[in-house]
Ligand binder design. Structure first.
Ligand code: GLC
Length: 502
């Protein structure tokens, strides 16, 4: 899966903000990378307080990105190239400018009043509960002067939470899924989806949880709602899928949101433990073991190193060598790897000076625009006709697309090689994972399917480590460094090698 942050991917109309036309222009490049599907962060009409995660109309395209015609063209071109398309579906909240909310807030008697979560203040005038919003450290309740009540928003005040306990809301949101499924999309990434289970079930939490209330919203109703969403998806001939963003106090619990084979919910449930792991052999080993355990058969995990909410892993780990080893790890894991556009170039975050900060939650750096060409500076060029909305990654000049396109030894070359190998190798695509005990800094696992066995070794340390004796007869299928044959030479620092057996 290849996540595109549309504002930052490619700019077709030269206004400095990426758009659908820009994506259409690069579909061949995405196909050449070797991914199976593209997920687009939200492209719907939005006041952009949270850059599209505040949706004002679920069934249209924001003019900054293009039109529904552009969308249809993009979908057709993706499908021609055998790429599937997932849209980002934001079910927990709308924009405060969505007509549903405008109607809801208009009066206590509005027929849509109950589409959102309204409560009276406490007798002392304080907010209805102690919940805090995820952004800006303010209460999750905003008083709406003229009715004397407050509405709930787990994110910005411009993102009021829908009340999924109301069947009309469920219906209306099902309609939004159908709108895109009827147009031919192949699935959805569902934003903070566990939150839809909370309904009006909103009471005081412990002080610790009140600061991050989304971690405390694992409710049976959420699972019920997801089962009905799954039935809707299953009724479509293209067999659409849904991957959900589920954040819970116990990370492993997110696995329960795939349901059971006879009562399925999400197809995939994100696990973000890999995003938060430090580059340390023991930590990486523990994380792999934990994720594989929580998502053991018949569940299937996801692997995420970067996305639009976290610093890029190239910046977190600090070097190309780390990022190359990480690519081998993520693309040989049991599970579906989610790549964040630009990681295949080894991009770092952008440096955003205080006067250019636009995100309410400090995430501008990882949303830096993609440098298509090497020529440019921090703010202009790199294939963008107009200076883009955010500064470029700090390594834009050395890590642009054009500087890597024809170089098999580049980061892009490595990603293409690993994706092609994965596609051609059943054990890598769908085999079991057999994790060996950690040996110093040497991480090692096998992927096994039928008679096929693939071994991956990763030297997570910064010193050379001996080549394992029992792997002297294996052959190199891919490597993060220069190695092309097994000759017993020690593994270099941060070297990762994928091995097969004749
Ligand atoms: C999810 C999105 C994030 C957004 C938030 C509110 O966590 O990934 O970008 O700000 O939900 O919709």
């Amino acid at each position: 899966m290849y996540q595109i942050y549309p504002r930052s991917f490619a700019d077709g109309n030269g206004d400095g903000v990426g758009d659908l036309r820009g994506i259409i222009d690069h579909v061949d490049d995405i196909a050449a990378l070797g991914v199976d599907a593209v997920w687009l962060s939200p492209i719907y009409p939005s006041p952009m307080h949270d850059f599209g995660y505040d949706v004002a109309d679920y069934c249209n395209i924001d003019p900054v990105f293009g039109t529904l015609d552009d969308f249809d063209e993009m979908l057709a071109v993706l499908h021609e190239c055998n790429l599937r398309l997932l849209l980002d579906w934001v079910p927990n909240h709308t924009s405060s400018k969505h007509p549903w909310f405008i109607e809801s807030r208009s009066s206590i008697d509005s027929p849509r009043r109950d589409w959102y979560v309204w409560r009276d203040a406490r007798p002392d005038g304080s907010p209805p509960t102690n919940w805090m919003s995820m952004f800006k450290g303010v209460p999750a309740w905003t008083p709406d002067g003229h009715t004397g009540q407050s509405y709930l928003h787990l994110f910005l005040a411009e993102q009021p939470d829908l009340n999924w306990a109301n069947p009309e809301v469920e219906n209306a949101m099902h309609h939004t899924l159908r709108f895109w499924l009827d147009r031919g999309v192949d699935g959805f990434r569902s934003d903070v989806v566990n939150l839809i289970g909370k309904g009006t079930d909103v009471d005081d939490l412990s002080e610790e949880l009140a600061a991050v209330p989304l971690l405390a919203t694992d409710r049976p109703r959420g699972h019920e709602l997801l089962r009905r969403i799954r039935s809707l998806l299953d009724s479509y001939p293209q067999r659409p899928m849904m991957v959900g963003e589920v954040y819970l106090l116990s990370a492993g619990e997110s696995a329960s949101y795939v349901g059971t084979p006879d009562r399925p919910e999400l197809h995939l449930s994100f696990d973000f433990r890999a995003v938060h792991v430090r580059w340390d052999a023991a930590q990486i080993h523990r994380t792999i073991a934990a994720i594989q355990n929580d998502f053991s058969e018949p569940r299937w995990p996801t692997w995420v190193l970067s996305n639009h909410d976290q610093p890029r892993h190239r910046s977190r780990y600090g070097s190309d060598a780390h990022a190359r080893a990480a690519a081998v790890l993520s693309l040989t894991m049991r599970g579906t790897p989610f790549l964040y556009a630009g990681e295949e170039l080894g991009l770092t975050d952008g440096e955003v000076p205080p006067d250019r900060v636009v995100d309410p939650n400090g995430r501008d750096g990882c949303r830096a625009p993609i440098p298509w060409t090497p020529d440019g500076d921090a703010d202009t060029g790199h294939g963008w006709a107009t200076a883009p909305w955010l500064p470029f990654p700090t390594n834009a000049s050395t890590h642009s697309f054009a500087s890597q396109r024809d170089d098999p030894r580049s980061m892009l070359g490595l990603y293409r090689r690993l994706l092609a190998l994965r596609a051609a190798t059943p054990a890598l695509r769908s085999g079991a994972l057999d994790l060996a005990p950690l040996d110093g800094d040497l991480l090692r696992y096998d992927r096994v399917s039928g008679d096929q066995r693939i071994t991956v070794v990763v030297n997570c340390g910064t010193a050379a480590t001996p080549w394992p004796d029992d792997l002297l007869t294996a052959s190199v299928l891919a490597a993060s460094g220069e190695r092309i044959v097994v000759d017993g030479a020690p593994l270099d620092p941060l070297e990762a090698v994928v091995l097969g057996y004749e």
